[in-house]
Structures are given as structure tokens and as C-alpha cells.
Design a protein around this ligand. Structure first.
Ligand code: HEC
Length: 166
């Protein structure tokens, strides 16, 4: 009940708050316990991507049967940059804006318990940046601008296969 406790408690809370973002930035080299080896994956996990919106159309339903090498059933999530862009007037966009992020969970089973693949696309100033994890989330199997991703995705509008520009 002593008022002297308050500053100590406040310092402890501040310390805890400061520790969180610092920890989240250290994933890049893969050496840190708790990090995934990918700053991008750490960021989308911290942003709770599984609470994000889903794209309209064929992949709006959870655990949609996939038409790709990304697992048998997929969940696709879009960040708010993509969601806002989707609300643009028809025909006004020729590309997804910088800051767009799309995350895809690829499951080996229809119940969504066996995560086989996790793929991320992020629109950066110089175009899409790609990452895919296979089997576990320790290190991306593919990252950067891999030909294997681009060559198949080139058939989508601005490289996105599951849904089109508004
Ligand atoms: C042989 C074709 C093919 C290859 C290779 C491929 N993809 Fe895909 N990808 C698809 C298709 C088709 C979809 C639509 C969803 C589905 O059916 O899984 C998709 C969906 C995605 C999505 C959700 C956004 C979107 O475009 O629909 C991401 C993210 C993604 N792929 C990342 C990757 C990454 C990273 C690689 C390279 C490691 C890759 N893909 C390689 C065919 C491919």
C-alpha cells in the first residue's frame, strides 16, 4: 500500500515493455531463442497475422483446398494495406501498394493441425520480397526474390495468385 512501491512497479513495467520490441528485432541471424530466424516472420507473428482479414473470392474460407505446391489446404491472410487497396475503385490499381503483406499457412491435413509450409510476400520499394518456410519455422527455405516463386506467380495480377487487383 505504500506509495513508494509505485515508481518501482512503473520501472519494472517500462523495462518489460522496452524488452519486447528489442527482442523482436533480433531474429535476423537466427541465433536468438524465441526468434524464428526471419525478421519478417517475427513481425507478422507479433502482428497476429491469423487475426487478419482473408482475401475475397476462392480463398476466403478457412482451409481452402490448395492449387499449388504450398500444402493441401491453405489459409491466406492479408494485412490492412492490402485490405484497404482492395476497397479502391475497380480498375484504378495496377499493382499492390508498398507495405502490402500476404501470409499463407499451408496445411497437410483438412483440420489445420499439420503446418507444412508458411509463405510470405511483402511489397517493398523494389518489388515483392518472398519467404517460404518448409517443415519448420527455424529458417526460411527460400527468401529474397527466388526464381522458383516468381516464375509461377508471374501468371497472377502483380504476382498474386489467390485474388486479383480491385
Ligand atoms: C507452381 C506454382 C507456384 C510456385 C512455384 C509458388 N507458388 Fe505461391 N502460390 C501458387 C498458387 C496457385 C497460389 C494460390 C493459393 C494456393 O492455391 O495455394 C499461391 C499463393 C501464394 C501466396 C499467397 C498470396 C498469393 O499470391 O496468392 C504466397 C504468399 C505464396 N504463394 C508464396 C510463394 C513463395 C514464397 C514461393 C517460392 C518459395 C511460391 N509461392 C512458389 C503457386 C505457386
Amino acid at each position: 500500500m505504500s506509495p513508494r512501491l509505485a515508481p518501482a512497479a512503473a520501472r519494472a513495467l517500462l523495462g518489460a515493455l522496452l524488452a519486447l520490441p528489442l527482442g523482436a528485432c533480433e531474429g535476423g541471424d537466427g541465433g536468438d531463442a524465441g526468434g524464428t530466424g526471419s525478421a519478417l516472420l517475427d513481425a507478422v507473428q507479433a502482428a497476429e497475422y491469423r487475426t487478419w482479414a482473408r482475401p475475397p473470392g476462392a480463398y476466403e474460407m478457412p482451409l481452402t483446398p490448395a492449387r499449388s505446391p504450398h500444402g493441401d489446404f491453405v489459409d491466406i491472410y492479408i494485412n490492412d494495406v492490402v485490405a484497404q487497396a482492395l476497397a479502391a475503385e475497380t480498375g484504378t490499381l495496377t499493382a499492390w501498394p508498398e507495405g502490402s503483406i500476404i501470409v499463407k499457412d499451408g496445411w497437410g491435413d483438412a483440420e489445420g493441425t499439420d503446418l507444412r509450409f508458411l509463405a510470405i510476400m511483402e511489397k517493398r520499394a523494389n518489388g515483392w520480397y518472398w519467404e517460404e518456410f518448409v517443415g519448420d519455422l527455424a529458417e526460411p527455405e527460400f527468401s529474397g526474390v527466388p526464381d522458383v516463386c516468381v516464375d509461377c506467380h508471374v501468371s497472377g495480377e502483380d504476382f498474386v495468385r489467390a485474388f486479383g487487383l480491385p
